[in-house]
Design a protein. Structure first.
Lengths: 418, 100
């Protein structure tokens, strides 16, 4: 009875697929934690679906664990993943960039000139850096003050690591940390710890000057306890209220200049710049005024276009963080919702999960957990659940969390990339 | 024998649950279980220090999660996680992992 009605409903809603024998077409744009997870989930959930992944790069360098590379705990090859498993599962991989999307026609054009039609499109293109939003910081400046905030081919991360190695023994490493929202809220603070871990071993007289456009940050007390216990006076964090917000950078003179005109000379400068959804989202008219895409919290369908679902760091998912875990976890809900819509079914009930581990040292980590559900007007965090590692926990617990972090990284990358 | 019978029962109830809740999804885990995979590995096979869930009796998983919810089981992180899920979600996840 139920199946009979489902089939009838499906028949009503499917005719726009055209030829009855043709498989429905799902295109996923972006081969990161969101896109690869969506493509694999869709393939497993509905084998008849034709799934295409459009990604310009042959391999993906993860931002998670990138900071561990700075500490010398990881090599680039151990945080780099290909798409062989996806290809083997029957996902068509198109190595190209999307030049334009035509939502009414349900078509997209690739940089190579080819046009692809879709029945459902899942966009998971990640973030774009807002070049010029911080005066003095453009693409050329990033070769002197690396951002190392996009995985890309790993070159920015390696550049920052080389600069740390080449720095004078008593040098100053400056970080410019942006206002919310940005990719990976605890990321800059884990980076501080990982740079400190490198310096403690190789240049113990060096200093870290972290200039922040905020007054508070993710896991703050846990990080500050850890910094002090592990690295003593090496780290100075300056909040916005103490003139921490960097207003301008001068790469040639190696200067970070703050809001009130204090000029800090740094030997190595890591600028984590202001961010927005990737350019394709903005250029396609899918972003709201703040620069991020608004989506339905249950289906991840774009508010601005039918048949397009948007996931990962490109959306305004607050209070969910812009994290790899959230991207891969919600990717499955988005893919299930796209499939349900193609079949004339309702999207599944949503429950979204995040765990972010941050490394304080090679053998110490802390974590934050959040469980979220779709609400009437957006995402809602489940109360009285989730939260932070306890403050003042014994070293054995921090060590266990470091081991679990390694287990997490191996698991999530296997789940997403095979 | 009992374990196998209960696994088969769990698998059947899982299949029924998937049909009702999310449409036929023979290979994909239910949404509540997807969160587990991020640390416990694809199909809950475990990963390094993170223990496997696959093949554990559903009742064992349900009891463990209830104890984590109540703070009656030593934890680094599972206590914080377990409190965010409903009984129905825990049952669905437990059935999925028991049937792996």
């Amino acid at each position: 009875m139920r199946l009979g009605r489902r089939a009838a409903l499906g028949a009503l809603l499917l005719p726009r697929l055209g030829r009855a024998s043709a498989a429905a077409r799902l295109i996923v744009v972006g081969g990161g934690f969101g896109g690869a997870a969506a493509a694999r989930y869709a393939r497993a959930a509905w084998p008849a679906l034709a799934v295409t992944l459009v990604e310009p790069r042959p391999r993906f360098v993860t931002c998670p664990y990138g900071n561990l590379l700075l500490a010398g705990l990881r090599g680039l090859e151990t945080i780099t993943f290909g798409y062989q498993a996806l290809r083997a599962e029957g996902i068509a991989i198109v190595q190209d960039r999307v030049a334009a999307i035509d939502p009414p026609a349900r078509r997209l054009r690739l940089s190579g000139g080819e046009t692809l039609g879709y029945d459902k499109l899942i966009l998971s293109p990640g973030i774009g850096l807002r070049w010029g939003a911080l005066p003095g910081y453009d693409r050329a400046a990033a070769e002197i003050f690396p951002h190392a905030w996009l995985g890309e081919d790993g070159a920015q991360l390696l550049l920052l690591r080389r600069q740390l190695e080449a720095m004078p023994a008593g040098g100053v490493v400056g970080l410019s940390i942006p206002a919310n929202p940005y990719r990976c809220p605890p990321g800059p603070y884990e980076r501080i710890a990982m740079i400190a871990a490198y310096l403690k071993q190789h240049k113990p007289r060096a200093k870290i000057l972290a200039l922040d456009a905020k007054d508070a940050f993710s896991k703050q007390a846990l990080f500050q306890d850890g910094w002090r216990a592990l690295y003593g006076e090496m780290i100075e964090w300056v909040p916005a209220k103490d003139d921490g917000a960097v207003a301008r950078v001068d790469p040639a003179a190696r200067i970070f200049e703050t809001e009130f005109g204090t000029r800090h000379r740094v030997d190595v400068g890591n600028v984590i710049p202001p961010q927005a959804a990737a350019p394709i989202v903005i250029e396609s008219g899918l972003a709201a005024a703040g620069g991020w895409a608004e989506v339905d919290p249950r289906s991840f369908a774009a508010r601005a276009a039918a048949d397009i679902h948007i996931i990962g760091d490109a959306i305004n998912g607050a209070p969910m963080p812009k994290s790899a875990f959230i991207a891969s976890n919600t990717a499955k809900q988005a893919a299930a919702s796209a499939i349900a819509a193609l079949r004339g079914e309702a999207a599944p009930e949503g429950v979204y999960f995040n765990t972010c581990y941050s490394r304080l040292a090679a053998d110490q980590a802390i974590s934050i957990v959040g469980i979220f559900r779709p609400g009437p007007a957006g995402f809602v965090e489940v109360p009285n659940a989730g939260g932070l590692s306890p403050r003042g926990a014994p070293a054995a617990q921090r060590r266990l969390e470091a081991d679990y972090a390694d287990g997490w990284y191996a698991s999530i990358t296997r789940d997403v990339f095979g | 024998m009992m374990a196998r019978a209960s696994r088969i029962r769990a698998a059947r109830s899982l299949a029924a649950l998937l049909l009702v809740a999310a449409g036929p999804a023979p290979l994909a885990a239910p949404m509540a279980a997807q969160g587990c995979l991020g640390c416990h590995g694809p199909a809950g096979q475990g990963s390094g220090a993170v223990p496997p869930l696959a093949g554990r009796p559903a009742s064992e998983i349900v009891v463990a999660l209830r104890e984590y919810q109540a703070g009656q089981r030593p934890a680094t992180i599972m206590d914080r996680i377990a409190r965010g899920y409903t009984e129905a979600e825990i049952a669905a996840a437990a059935a999925y992992f028991a049937a792996r």
